[in-house]
Design a protein around this ligand. Sequence first.
Ligand SMILES: [Zn+2]
Ligand SMILES: [Zn+2]
Length: 348
Amino acid sequence: MKALVMRGPGQFEIEEVPVPECKENEVLVRIKSVAICGSDPVLLAGGSMDDGLPGSLPHIAGHEGAGIIEKVGEKVRGFQVEDAVAVESHLGCGYCDNCQAGHYNLCMNFGKVKAGHKQYGFTVPGCYAEYCVYRPEVLHKIPENLTCDHGALTDTVATAFHAIQQAGVVAGGWTVIVGCGPVGMAMLMLCRAMGSRTIVLETGERLKKAKEFGADFAYDFLDTKALQKVMEATSFVGADRCFDCAGNPASMELALHSCRRGGTVGLVAIPKNQRMEIDLKTIVWDEKKLVGSRGNPNCHKQVLEMMSSGAIEAEKMISHHFPLDRFKEALELFTSRADGVVKVIITV
Ligand SMILES: [Zn+2]
Ligand SMILES: [Zn+2]
């Protein structure tokens, strides 16, 4: 089969490799669509080596995938050949305290393949390939009225949805979204669907996109009056919920100060710097809550249902399609942020 094989930092090519073996507790999926994630260029450049990712080399990346079931292991129940499925990246070990509580994104055995933990596309092979094997726990059937492209977008939308589950959203209230890349845009669609008014802080092309996607207000975050505009829009109260989808000191500052007294700030983007200065006094005096959000556990089913019912039109996020053979070109476009790019789908 054809696969994108990473052999070292920045070294990756389409190669011919054997189709992976499907064990009795696994499912072989014929991959159809894979969305490029913001973490892919970092991983492929070797930027996650300090975090132990990829787990080994050579590696096949790709985690936002969907496809058609080709083969079902003898011990697997609930899936059949020809089922269309969206895949999840995280598979917990299943027995640690966190997995038992359903928080498998926080598995105590993260990265320990021998203990049963897997993160597809990171610690074990992923889906920039014609076939990939999965444990059935990470597969979700795609509703009849949706496509594999929707399946591939599920991961991004679910990442935004998990952050909303962590921080909450206030129907009839205000949500500020700082940074409107793919996750920010998914956040915008979800907050609107869940009844919150929205203010997006972005700049350039993506600021225009936020307006197209129905933000009540969209302000340029480079404008020194951006915070003042948020306060004016919210009758000088601030937003009930703020989400930092950019992960830099300026975006964090804006999210924290756009938040009303007693409100909650959700941190979605992986911060560019491990340490940064933040205003702790406002957290104490104004009783603001800061909550982190990692991955998207237990979200895929609900997200697929929201897409199926039309509550969110995730397909509008797709700006480009490329075949697997042209992966490098697709990645280049994605990282350059040129040509109004939002989500790029690799068609396998
Ligand atoms: Zn991703
Ligand atoms: Zn675990």
